[in-house]
Design a protein around this ligand. Structure first.
Ligand code: KIV
Ligand code: ZN
Length: 515
């Protein structure tokens, strides 16, 4: 059976804490499991498979505490088709608002013959007994015929009919080894719906691994053929190549609603946060080019793309970053970025340049981008401040006199010339003549600027050496550098301070290059 079934809800079954935790190296401790579970509840998944309780006492305790604390989603525990596993799963999930036991047993000939080494009919009986046993505890029972995509179909029909009769309410079809391809997998789901009596009374679920990179496509094709629950993990982590990525499935269903016409109850704006949390706690990095949550998923590098995006986001973007709680489109400026993208960055930095100034900065930008792979907003800001020297400084030094000596209090008289030609003069004292001069300048501007660093170098030799002073100044949350030279080190100090001050005034919007 193919085609749309209607506008129905798709249940998202998250197995990040079970199959996801089977990712090599992704072990989570007790606290981390709880933190992920709380976030999954915020994300709005329908079912959390919190773990495999029989596997260790620590795992059981974590599942039990998730079941106790996390409200909203169904809390599920995994169990092999044996009583000990089912007991452990039930003890762990019993305090949940809505507990579920998930029983699985190999169903392919390869698994039955080589791994389980048992007759298929005995294994079928074992599956039925296990489901009946789980039914003593709860009516919410999920059954998975492991390796279903490589199982004999006739055997699957018989097995699934029997476990449904025994009480299973969700039938999950795992593509355990990621062997299926979409058309074939969808068709299998369709045939199971048609040929297994009782299949219309249960929720059909799918659990796809990504060995051939088709886990998401297989899951979506299954939905088109009648599956209503998808098992998936945050960032697609999971055994070997991982499982279908939850965020990709949810966003695909949402963005291509015109194609799928199903919905989920996910809080989309929590996707990005959840992805980052899982990555941080498991230590499994999100590939930069990963669909939906990769760092580059909303970055545009080519000049043609950047230009298109600036004109209309829809030219090269189908997902709004805000939908998933991520950051808005990032322009990563590179040698391929055009004037339009550089101008956009300048606007964001609040610079308003004339066409001539823009050309100058663009020329420096191209030079810089050739050396540096990526050019950041701070680089653009530095280019403007360093190269737009034709921008008139707000204040120039007009007159300076300082008093110092072993018996006198250091003082300075500073007169500054303003852009309009007028002058202002102030007198101040300080710890030394330079400090006094800086205090006088602060009195003139009315700004309380901090001096974080001061460096004096001789740039020429001899008694009349030219001194160069470099200062690092801070004002509010900004740090700025200034530079000045003179044969008089006090004058060089004042000039460097004024150089920094003039940059600061431009940045803060008082100067002519800022809007
Ligand atoms: O991949 C698989 O078959 C599983 C089952 C336990 C559902 O993880
Ligand atoms: Zn699996």
């Amino acid at each position: 059976m193919t085609g749309k079934i209607g506008s129905e809800k798709i249940y998202l079954f998250d197995s990040t804490l079970r199959d996801g935790e089977q990712t090599p190296g992704a072990r989570l401790n007790y606290e981390e499991k709880l933190e992920v579970a709380r976030q999954l509840a915020r994300l709005g998944v329908d079912i959390i498979e919190a773990g495999f309780p029989v596997s260790s006492p620590g795992e059981k305790k974590a599942v039990r505490d998730i079941a106790r604390e996390v409200k909203g989603p169904v809390i599920c525990g995994l169990a092999r088709a044996v009583q000990g596993d089912i007991d452990a799963a039930w003890e762990a999930v019993r305090e949940a608002e809505r507990p579920r036991i998930h029983v699985f047993l190999g169903a392919s000939d390869i698994h039955m013959e080589h791994k389980l080494k048992k007759d298929p009919h005995l294994l079928m009986e074992q599956a039925v007994e296990a489901v009946k046993y789980a039914g003593r505890f709860t009516s919410d029972i999920e059954y998975s015929p492991e390796d279903a995509t490589r199982a004999r179909e006739e055997y699957l029909y018989e097995l699934l009919e029997a476990v449904i009769k025994a009480g299973a309410t969700t039938i999950n079809i795992p593509d355990t080894v990621g062997y299926a391809v979409p058309e074939e997998f969808g068709a299998l789901i369709g045939r199971l719906r048609e040929n297994v009596p009782g299949m219309d009374k249960v929720i059909i679920s799918v659990h796809c691994h990504d060995d051939l990179g088709m886990a998401v496509a297989n899951s979506l094709e299954a939905v088109k053929n009648g599956a209503r629950q998808i098992e998936c993990n945050i960032n697609g982590i999971g055994e070997r190549a991982g499982n279908a990525a939850l965020e990709e499935i949810a966003v695909a269903l949402r963005i291509r609603q015109n194609h799928f016409s199903y919905y989920t109850d996910l809080n989309f704006s929590e996707i990005y946060r959840t992805s980052r949390l899982v990555s941080k706690l498991t230590g499994i990095a999100v590939p930069v080019n990963k669909a939906v949550v990769g760092l580059n998923a909303f970055a545009h590098s080519s000049g043609i793309h950047q230009d298109g995006i600036l004109k209309n986001k829809e030219t090269y973007e189908i997902i709004d970053a805000e939908l998933i709680g991520g950051k808005a489109a990032q322009m990563c400026l590179t040698a391929r970025s055009g004037r339009h993208a550089v101008m956009d960055q300048l606007n964001k930095l609040n610079f308003s340049l004339t066409p001539g100034q823009l050309e100058t900065i663009y020329g420096y930008f191209v030079e810089l981008a050739d050396k540096k792979k990526e050019v950041y907003p701070e680089d653009i800001e530095a280019l403007v401040l360093d190269h737009l020297s034709f921008t008139e400084p707000r204040y120039k030094l007009d007159y300076l006199q300082t008093i110092s000596g072993s018996t006198s209090i250091p003082a300075a008289i500073v007169r500054l010339k303003k852009e309009d030609g007028g002058t202002i003069e102030e007198v101040a004292i300080g710890a030394g003549p330079i400090d006094a001069a800086y205090n006088a300048i602060n009195k003139i501007t009315g700004l309380s600027i901090g001096l974080d660093n001061y460096r004096l170098n001789a740039v020429t030799q001899g008694r009349d050496a030219l001194g160069e002073v470099q200062v690092e100044m801070s004002y509010q949350d900004r740090t700025i550098t200034g530079r000045g030279t003179s044969t008089d080190i006090i004058e060089a100090s004042v000039k460097s301070y004024l150089n920094g001050l003039n940059k600061l005034l431009r940045i803060n919007g008082d100067g002519e290059t800022r809007k």
